[in-house]
Design a protein around this ligand. Sequence first.
Ligand code: FAD
Ligand code: SF4
Ligand code: SF4
Length: 462
Amino acid sequence: MNKEKQIMPEQKPEERIKNFDEVSLGFSSDMAVLEAQRCLQCKNSPCVQGCPVNVNIPAFISKIRDEKFLDAYGIIKGTNSLPAVCGRVCPQESQCEERCVLRNKFGSVSIGKLERFVADHERNTENVLEIRDTEKTGKRVAVVGSGPAGLTAAGELISMGHDVTVFEALHSPGGVLVYGIPEFRLPKDIVHYEIDALVRAGVEIVTNRVIGISESLDDLLEKYDAVFIGTGAGLPSFLNIPGENLQGVYSANEYLTRINLMKAYMFPEYDTPVIRGRRVTVLGGGNVAMDSARTALRLGSEEVHLVYRRSMEEMPARTEEIHHAEEEGVIFDLLANPVEFLGDENGHLKSVRCIRMQLGAPDDSGRRRPTEVEGSEFEIETDVAIVAVGNGPNPIVQRSTPGMETSRRGNIVVDGRTMRTSKKGVFAGGDIVSGAATVIEAMGAGRNAASSIDEYLKTGQW
Ligand code: FAD
Ligand code: SF4
Ligand code: SF4
C-alpha cells in the first residue's frame, strides 16, 4: 500500500484573496493514481455506507488505479449525476471519508478529490456526454426549482422517457450552486456544463418563472401529469436585534446572490452594486458565513471578522472551509453574539455591539448551550455586516397551494419513502422538505422522487 496521502495543490492564501479563481487546483493524473493506490479495496466498503447516494467507491478507485479514468467516471455517474460538484462541496469528512478504514492511522483516502479528478478529466479531455436514446412515454412532468434536487430529478425523469420542464424563479438555473456557493469553491462553468447536458438530453428549462405567482401549482397540474417541487431553503433568517435595517447590513443570501449571480464584484461592468466596506463583520458559523467572509476579503476588505456564539469545535462549517478562512486572515471572534447594530446620523452602519458568551449544558441538538456573560459587551467597528444565521423554506408555493401540508417551520411534508406530498400528483424533496442540508442529500431526494414519479406515472396509483 502507498501510505502517503497526496496533497492537492492550492493557490497560496496571499494570492488567492486577490482573485475569485478556484482555491484548490486539482490532482494531476499521477497524483490521482498514487492516491488511488492507497485504497485497500475493502470487501465490506464502509465508505460506501457513508455516502448518501452509495457511490461504488472501491470500484471507481480501482479504475483510477488502472488509469481507466472514463470507466471510473461511468461508475460514479451510475448513482451521482453531479460528481464534479460533489467532489468539491460534499462534506466528505463527515460522510464517505469519515468511514474510511485508513482514517485514524494514515488519513482517509481522498475520495472526494478523486471524484473531482475523474469528473474534471471527463469534462476537460474526453467530453463524452452520453445521451441515451430512450423511448418516450408521452407523460409530462414539471419540476419547480433548478437546484441540485430539481436538476437531479429532471435528469432521472428524462432518462426514463418522460418529457420534463423545469421552472426556475431566477434568471439562471442551478439554485445555490450558482447563486450561493462562490466561484472560488465551485466554478460556475462546471454547473453550466451539467445543465447544458440536461438541455441536450431534452430537458426544457424556463427561467424567470415564479410558480405560485406567475402561475399556480394547480395550473401546472392541469398541464402536467406530475410535479416535483425542489424550491429549497432560500428565505434568510434575521437576528431581530436593533439596527438591522441600517445601510450596510445584508443577509448573506442577498450579499452572495449580488456577488455570485449578479457579478457585483465586476461593477460597473455588471450593473449590480454592492457596498464593499473596509471592515466587514459576518455573523454565523456555517458554510454560508465562511463563504461570505472569504468573499468580503476578495472584494478588498482590510479586516473581516466572523462572530460565532459557540466555540470552534461546535462550528457547523466544513473543516476545510474554516481552515481556508483562517489561512486567508479572517478574524474569528468566538463565544460572542451580536446584540445591536449601531449607525451614524445618515443611517449607515458603523459598528456591531456584541456580548461574550460561555458554554453551559448541552441543548436538544447535543451542543453545549451558549449563555451571555453579564457586562461583557464590546464593539467591532464595521462598515458592512453580513447576517448568516440560517435559512428557512422558500414559502411561495406552499402559501399559494390549498391542501398542501406543511410542517410547523413551513417545510413541505412528504412520505419519507415515496416523496409524495399531501396533494395528488405532487412530489417534493431537497431543502424544501428537509430544511437547509447538503447538495448530495438534495440530489438523493431528487433521485428517490424521480423513481416514485415514474412508478406513479406507470401505474396511476396514488
Ligand atoms: P436550492 O439549491 O436552494 O434550489 C432551489 C431553487 O428553487 C432555487 O434556484 C430557487 O430560485 C428556486 N425556487 C424557489 N422558489 C421557487 C418558485 N416559487 N418557483 C420557481 N423556482 C423557485 N451544501 C454542501 O453540501 N456543501 C457546501 O459546501 C455547501 N455550501 C453552501 C453555501 C451556501 C452559501 C449555501 C446557501 C448553501 C450551501 N450548501 C452546501 C447547502 C446546499 O447548497 C443546499 O443544501 C442545496 O443547494 C439544496 O438544494 P435544493 O435543490 O433543495 O435547493
Ligand atoms: Fe463522498 Fe459525496 Fe462522492 Fe458520496 S458523493 S462518495 S459522499 S464525495
Ligand atoms: Fe478504500 Fe477506505 Fe473505502 Fe476501504 S474504506 S474501500 S480503504 S476508500
